[in-house]
Design a protein. Sequence first.
Length: 99
Amino acid sequence: MDIKQCTSLEEVRNEVDKLDDEIVELIAKRNSYVKQAAAFKESIEEVKAPQRMDAVMQRVRHKALTLNLSPNLISKLYTIMIDAMVESEISEFRNGGNF
């Protein structure tokens, strides 16, 4: 992970803003794939996929640890994100997966 060494608060804020834009774009991309997944599922229970959610949480918590980042922070963020995306996927499922 390459981190630019900034020389001013303004430069730090600009870098953070760029990262925020990338994060939002990546979340939108992830959400698009989640919506596509609805077309491959046969029930609401399959959409909810608690085993998959557990696997994702374990994987991202491990990744956080390898990056010296709080796994609890990542868990909280992913819980919010996954809950919202499951609701989105359920809507897609009910609409026949027409994303």
